[in-house]
Design a protein around this ligand. Structure first.
Ligand code: COA
Length: 169
């Protein structure tokens, strides 16, 4: 069974990781561990079972401000006093492991964690910052693009619960 674990710089080979996007590689190398230590973000990695120090992919979760006027009218009304949402700040797969279903698996794993967190601290929206070219990947899983920001998408917790809730309850 696959599972994600929190990034452990004493175990995981961060310098080997290469998703083809320098900013994401560098985040893993120099920022992720420090940011987790400061409780600013959490980074979860999927290890290669054959060699657990090798990272197949990772994602980073935190919270973000929600600008209500950016949401469709119906959602603005429903969530009128909400100011923050969950954020998938980064999600990426090492190029050696792309196209094998790991991206989909990692996204579902991130959404499960966000759904579980929302049961305790209640936020109605999850946002993702997609790198260029990846927005279509998120749309495939029910995310909607913000009007004026091509690389920023959202999905409601209600939609996440409807699609993967049975996996965790
Ligand atoms: C986007 C990303 C997470 C997908 O990971 P992956 O492991 O290769 O994807 P999967 O094998 O799980 O693919 C799942 C589905 O998403 C589709 N998909 C994968 N990447 C996609 C993309 N960029 N846009 C649209 N759909 C995509 C696959 O075709 C597959 O669909 P199918 O089940 O109908 O065949 C991965 O490519 C990544 O890390 N990207 C980094 C960001 C990036 O590369 N951006 C583009 C740079 S130019």
């Amino acid at each position: 069974m696959m599972d994600t674990v929190q990034l452990d710089k004493t175990k995981h080979d961060r310098s080997r990781f290469d998703c083809g996007i320098v900013a994401l590689n560098n985040y893993l190398k120099v920022m992720a561990s420090q940011q987790a230590k400061k409780d600013n973000t959490r980074t979860f990695v999927l290890e290669d079972k054959q060699c657990p120090e090798h990272i197949i992919g990772f994602y980073t979760l935190t919270m973000t401000a929600i600008n209500l006027p950016d949401l469709p009218g119906k959602l603005q009304k429903k969530h009128h006093s909400v100011t923050s949402g969950g954020l998938i700040a980064r999600l990426t797969i090492d190029h050696r492991y792309k196209g094998q279903g790991f991206g989909e698996w990692l996204l579902v794993d991130a959404l499960k964690k966000l759904l579980i967190a929302s049961e305790t601290i209640a936020f109605p929206i999850v946002i993702v910052d997609a790198k260029e070219g990846a927005a279509n990947f998120y749309e495939k899983y029910g995310f909607t693009s913000f009007k004026d920001a091509d690389n920023k998408l959202f999905i409601t917790i209600a939609d996440i619960r409807a699609s993967i809730g049975e996996l965790i309850y």
